[in-house]
Design a protein. Structure first.
Length: 458
C-alpha cells in the first residue's frame, strides 16, 4: 500500500508538471500547504516532508518517512490602470515629425492599460526518509523537494500595458537535501539546487534612440523571443533547541545564475531622414541573463502547549542579482540591411535598451512573517500575517511591484488511521501601488494562493 500510494503521487506529478504555469510575480516564497497558510513563517517550526524546502535541518524532528503532494491555484484578479506614455514620437533632420501617436508631435502624457485576470496552477512535491540512527545521539535523514520558486506570467493590453503582453518566465527547482542532528539539540542540513528556467516574450516596447544628425525619439519595437537554461546553487539550514519548547533557526539559499539561450525576432519602426516609418525585421541569437537572488532567513519558534508561535525575518539580496538583462548577437536584418545610405544596424545600435530594462535599480528587501499553529491529536490549525517589502524601484518603468501586506489561514486533518494527512491553505497579499509607475483604477492589487495537499506517513 505504501509503494502504491507513493507511485500514485509521483505519477500524478509527472503528468501535471508539463502544464506548469507560474503566476504573476518574480518570486513566490510560499512553497507548500503549510507555507501558504503561514505565509512562510515556517523555518524554525518546519517539520515533516516540506521541511526539505523550508529548513532541511529539521527533517529529523519527525523520525518517520513522509511523502507530500501539493497543488497551488494562483489567482491575480484583473484591473485597469493608467501609466506614463512611453511613446514620445520621433523627430528627423529638417523638422520632420513622425510618431505613433494619433496626432504627430502631440503624444498624450498618460495612456490606459489593462491587466487580464491570471489563474494558474503549480504542483509541489516533498519526500523525506525515516531518520537513520548510526548512534544513539545522532540521526541522519535524507529528502528532496520539487518546487516552483519563481516566475512571471502576465497578459496585459492597451497601449499602457503592451510592454507585458503575453510575457512568461517559469522556474522548476529540484532540491535533494540531507540532515544530521545531535541529541535533538543541534541540527544542520543542506543540499544542492538544480533549477530549470525558461521564458517567452511577446510584447511591445518604446525604445529611446538618438542618431546624431539624423533622427531621435522613441521607436516602437515589437518583439517575440524565447530562451531556457539550467542553473545550480545550494542551500543550508541550522536549528538549535536550547530547551524543548524553543527553537532558533537560520537558513540560507545561494543565488542561482542563468544565461538563458534562445532566439529573438524584433520588428522596429525605424525612422530615417525620410518622413515614412519603415518597419525593419531583425532575427538574432538571444541571451537572457537573470538570477535567483540569495536569501537569508532567521527565525524563532516558541511552544505554548498546543500553540506554536513563530517569527521569521527574511532578507533577499536583490541588488546583487541580474534581473532580465537582454543581450543579442548575430543579427540578421530582413529584407535589407541598408536603407539608402543609412545602415540599419547602426541605427538600432543607437537605441537605449537600458531605458526599457525590466529589472534595473532593484534593492535588497526585507520580509517580516508571523505565524501561529494550534495542534490537536487529529488536526492542525494555522494563521499568519506578513509584510513583504518590494525590491523594485517605485515610480520607474520595469517589472511592476509594490509592498505586500499578507494574511493566511489553513487546516490539516489526519485520516486513514493517521497515515494520511489532508488539508488546505489560503493566503492573500494586498499590494499598494500608489507609488508605482502604474496607477490602478480598481484599488489595491491582489494575489490569492489556494493550496490543497495530501501527505502519506510511513
Amino acid at each position: 500500500m505504501k509503494k502504491c500510494f507513493a507511485m500514485l503521487l509521483w505519477s500524478i506529478l509527472l503528468l501535471i508538471t508539463p502544464n506548469l504555469v507560474i503566476a504573476s510575480g518574480f518570486r513566490l516564497a510560499e512553497q507548500s500547504l503549510n507555507g501558504v497558510a503561514l505565509n512562510s513563517a515556517y523555518v524554525a517550526g518546519a517539520s515533516g516532508a516540506d521541511s526539505t524546502y523550508y529548513n532541511p535541518a529539521n527533517m529529523g524532528l519527525d523520525e518517520r518517512a513522509e511523502i507530500e503532494l501539493n497543488g497551488t491555484l494562483i489567482l491575480v484578479p484583473g484591473f485597469n490602470f493608467t501609466t506614463e506614455n512611453r511613446d514620445k514620437g520621433a523627430s528627423a533632420l529638417g523638422g520632420i515629425i513622425q510618431s505613433g501617436c494619433a496626432q504627430p508631435g502631440a503624444c498624450p502624457a498618460y495612456v490606459d492599460g489593462t491587466a487580464d485576470t491570471s489563474m494558474n496552477f503549480a504542483p509541489k512535491a516533498f519526500i523525506k526518509t525515516k531518520a537513520f540512527k548510526p548512534h544513539s545521539s545522532t540521526k541522519i535523514t535524507f529528502g528532496a523537494s520539487m518546487t516552483t520558486p519563481s516566475g512571471l506570467a502576465m497578459n496585459w493590453g492597451g497601449q499602457g500595458g503592451s510592454f507585458l503582453d503575453d510575457v512568461s518566465i517559469y522556474m522548476i527547482e529540484l532540491n535533494p537535501v540531507a540532515s544530521i542532528s545531535f541529541n535533538d539539540v543541534i541540527s544542520i542540513g543542506g543540499g544542492w539546487r538544480a533549477i530549470y528556467s525558461g521564458g517567452a516574450f511577446n510584447n511591445t516596447l518604446y525604445v529611446p534612440y538618438d542618431v546624431p544628425g539624423l533622427s531621435q525619439g522613441t521607436t516602437k519595437v515589437e518583439q517575440k523571443s524565447q530562451a531556457k537554461d539550467w542553473g545550480m546553487g545550494w542551500n543550508a539550514g541550522l536549528s538549535i533547541r536550547p530547551i524543548k519548547s524553543l527553537t532558533i533557526a537560520a537558513t540560507y539559499r545561494s543565488s542561482v545564475h542563468f544565461d538563458m539561450k534562445g532566439k529573438l525576432d524584433a520588428i522596429a519602426n525605424v525612422n530615417p531622414v525620410i518622413a515614412d516609418v519603415i518597419p525593419v525585421d531583425m532575427d538574432a541569437d538571444l541571451t537572457l541573463s537573470t538570477d535567483m537572488p540569495a536569501i537569508l532567513a532567521v527565525a524563532i519558534a516558541q511552544d505554548f502547549g498546543r500553540l506554536k508561535a513563530e517569527f521569521v525575518y527574511e532578507y533577499t539580496f536583490w541588488s546583487q542579482a541580474n534581473i532580465f538583462e537582454f543581450g543579442y548577437a548575430n543579427q540578421v536584418f530582413n529584407p535589407d540591411t541598408i536603407l539608402g545610405s543609412i545602415n540599419v544596424g547602426d541605427m538600432m545600435g543607437a537605441a537605449d535598451y537600458g531605458a526599457v530594462a525590466m529589472g534595473r535599480g532593484w534593492k535588497n528587501s526585507s520580509a517580516y512573517r508571523l505565524g501561529l499553529t494550534y495542534t490537536t491529536e487529529k488536526a492542525r490549525l494555522m494563521a499568519s500575517c506578513a509584510f513583504d517589502e518590494t525590491p523594485a524601484p517605485q515610480g520607474r518603468f520595469g517589472i511592476p511591484d509594490a509592498n505586500a501586506y499578507m494574511a493566511g489561514i489553513g487546516a490539516r486533518y489526519k485520516i486513514w488511521q493517521d497515515k494520511v494527512d489532508v488539508g488546505v491553505g489560503y493566503s492573500i497579499a494586498l499590494k499598494d501601488n500608489t507609488r508605482s509607475f502604474i496607477q490602478s483604477k480598481d484599488g489595491l492589487g491582489q494575489l490569492h494562493l489556494i493550496t490543497l495537499g495530501a501527505k502519506y506517513i510511513f
